[in-house]
Design a protein around this ligand. Sequence first.
Ligand code: GAL
Length: 415
Amino acid sequence: MSLKKILIGAALATSLMAGTVAAEPKVEVLHWWTSGGEAAAVKVLMDEFTANGGTWTDMPVAGGGGEAAMTALRARVLSGNAPSAVQIQGPAIQEWHEEDALSDLSDVASAEGWDALLPEAIAKIQKCEGKFCAVPVNIHRVDWMWANPALLAKAGVSMPQTWAEFNDAADKLKAMGITPLGHGGQPWQDATIFDAVVLGIGGVEFYKKALMDLDLDALGSDTMVAVFDQMRKMRGYVDDNFAGRDWNLATAMIMNGEAAFQIMGDWAKGEFTNANKTPGNDYLCAPTPGGAFIYNVDSFTMFKVDGDDKKAGQKLLAKLIMGEKFQTAFNLSKGSIPARLGTDLSAFDYCSRRSSYDLNIAASNGSLVPSHAHGMAVRGVFSGAVTDVVTNHFNSDMSSQDAAKALVAAIKNAE
Ligand code: GAL
């Protein structure tokens, strides 16, 4: 008999002796982790849950950035049949709390001491009216640039330190017939590049004013016009077949030498890792020029459900997610770094250690900022309005001036 069966049997015997039968933990998990690297990461969680006696029902909804998953979630909640555990990000947690849809995780949080295990800024996102209503699995960095070293060598360029250097390198590559930027034309991917460009061209204070405070002066400013000028350049660096391409296929272009750079969060590293590629040899990583850190934290919320088995499943899942063993194994696959403080990073590669190092610096000097593109900075109605303008500009010949004006109008309209 396996150790697992013996342990489960012993637990059952104890509860029978106490006159109760503990409900068998069950979860149905809605997530959008369907690429190779993402699926490897979610398997870590699934295996951990089943090894602890739980039954896992998987509900993957394909679509990078999670828009399709969030649409599926709304449909399930409206039909009165919410999944018990849901991958979610940032202010959307509060929005669901306001709908009275989320379970309170205070019991698990205080039993496990979550407050002491999380950086304050991350803990804050997980709380609804001061109580834990979500649990974080990771910290992703969004402002990353990935590159194919052989293509850079061929063009005689190195990893750019400034946007001007990026443009020079991209122009050289393009002149040689090499696609400078591996990109997928989907609104959230355009918005991911926009996050990095706003930070790089405008600086961290401008990023905060424009994308966190939605300050109309900043949105309509000359600096924003310069941001759109750079976005127009980025559009000139993608290949002809970029429309609709999934992000992981763009990452594969870097791996296969079909494009030189990709600007994408470090879930892209999950793809490289899943393909047994190592940084420094097979690919390069460097923060996009900007001197800050744009974060994107994946959390799980537990939706209100009936049934002791489901409730037991939610508690078990929440507890396991914050465990050091899980945070290590999951993030090694996912490309992100653990949200849990003090997790040993010795098994992590150079890019992850760089991420952790830069995160600490950014947290101490006020340059740690939430990703706008990934729904961490503002509520959905506003981030959707900004992303629409960014995508419309990227996919048309709209001028930079008109795009900045359209941003102001979109935010006024959403208010
Ligand atoms: C992000 C999410 C990541 C990754 C990515 C691509 O929003 O935080 O975990 O899955 O989308 O789907």
